[in-house]
Write a protein that binds this ligand. Structure first.
Ligand code: NCD
Length: 343
């Protein structure tokens, strides 16, 4: 292991190029394991990973569970419905309950921004060594999704060596509801760190102008940006202004549950202007891969036909890559702990 030093993983804004390299190369090795006959590694034997999801999830929670089990960890899953939250127990007390049960890692998802960061700081204040892995907090950050998207793209551009440099100079179009997307925010940090330019496209109500400066300075509480030179972010309002230049297209779900007011005229109009379909992809100058973090609203941000077209749609590949990426994160976090304890 080289320079990895993250005990908690909350946001990708603090990731160095070496961090990205380490996660991608480890994930790539883990991904090749099933075909070489190794189904489980003993790396996390005797460790307890708890998924603490206060918000709905299909892919992220199951993928963390499979990743932890592939490394031989024990796994406990908490889901908000049916828990003591209904009796008024707080998020912190819920987390502390699992810490008391011996959780080494808490994977946390919550609809409010900064819950993962607050839990991490509370645990540190009370001298607990449990690591927090952010499984998505409000609109803010979804680091494991940003990393699996990065890996999926690196693997597409350079299947033999999917390292961060595979993204250098590439133009990645991100389309749609950027404002409400923690996935878009994590992708902005990851893609620009690896030297890709990001072309954001959406209506002003879902893509405010300020996003152009999103990576210009580290977020509050972080002093320095570990990346010397990031790729740039451009904003356009029409698909015809981004697709001709794109090397890859990522489209996002309209996150209606996160909208404070109705920001859309009609879904038909949205699909017409921003829907990614075989027809709209004719604006591209070449065949480009299409990504979506899921869940997809078929016929809104992407057509059902395109979703089923495996020759260009990488959605299934993203889901598959989620497991080795999350294995890499769990493995690296455990290795930091072992280093500290001199095991
Ligand atoms: C995303 C999420 O929950 O932020 N989904 C995911 O984790 N794969 C995106 C979304 O909700 O649209």
């Amino acid at each position: 292991m080289t320079g990895w030093s993250h005990h908690h993983v909350i946001d990708l804004s603090s990731f160095s190029l070496e961090d990205y390299r380490e996660v991608l190369s480890l994930a790539h090795r883990f991904k090749s394991l099933p075909s070489s006959g190794t189904r489980k590694l003993p790396a996390l034997q005797g460790r307890l990973v708890t998924t603490l999801f206060f918000e709905a999830s299909t892919r992220t929670r199951s993928s963390f569970e499979l990743a932890a089990r592939s490394l031989s960890a024990d796994v406990v899953n908490f889901t908000a419905s049916g828990s003591s939250l209904r009796k008024g127990e707080s998020v912190l007390d819920t987390a502390l309950t699992y810490v008391a049960m011996g959780a080494d890692v808490l994977v946390v998802r919550h609809s409010s921004t900064n819950v993962a960061a607050q839990l991490a700081s509370e645990l540190e204040k009370s001298g607990e060594t449990t690591a927090i892995l952010n499984g998505g907090d409000g609109l803010h950050s979804h680091p494991s999704q940003g990393l699996l998207d990065l890996y999926t793209l690196a693997n597409y551009f350079n299947p033999l060596n999917p390292e961060p440099e595979a993204l250098l100079g590439k133009k990645i179009a991100i389309i749609g509801d950027i404002l409400h997307s923690r996935v878009a925010r994590s992708n902005l940090w990851a893609l620009t760190a690896c030297g890709a330019d990001v072309l954001l496209c959406g209506p002003p109500s879902l893509l405010p102008k300020e996003f152009e400066n999103f990576v210009d300075a580290p977020p509050p509480g972080q002093e320095l940006d570990p990346i010397k030179k990031r790729g740039r972010i451009h904003i356009e309002r029409k698909l015809s202004e981004v697709l001709p230049y794109a090397d890859a297209v990522m489209t996002l779900r309209l996150q209606k549950e996160r909208m404070k007011e109705n920001l859309l005229s009609t879904l038909d109009r949205y699909h017409n202007d921003y829907g990614i379909t075989h027809q709209s992809l004719k604006l591209c100058q070449k065949s480009v891969p299409v990504l979506h973090p899921g869940p997809v609203n078929r016929g809104v941000e992407m057509s059902g036909e395109l979703l089923a077209d495996r020759s260009i749609c990488l959605v299934e590949e993203q889901v598959k890559n989620g497991i080795p990426i999350r294995m890499a994160l769990l493995y690296l976090i455990a290795a930091v702990e072992a280093k500290k304890a001199n095991i």
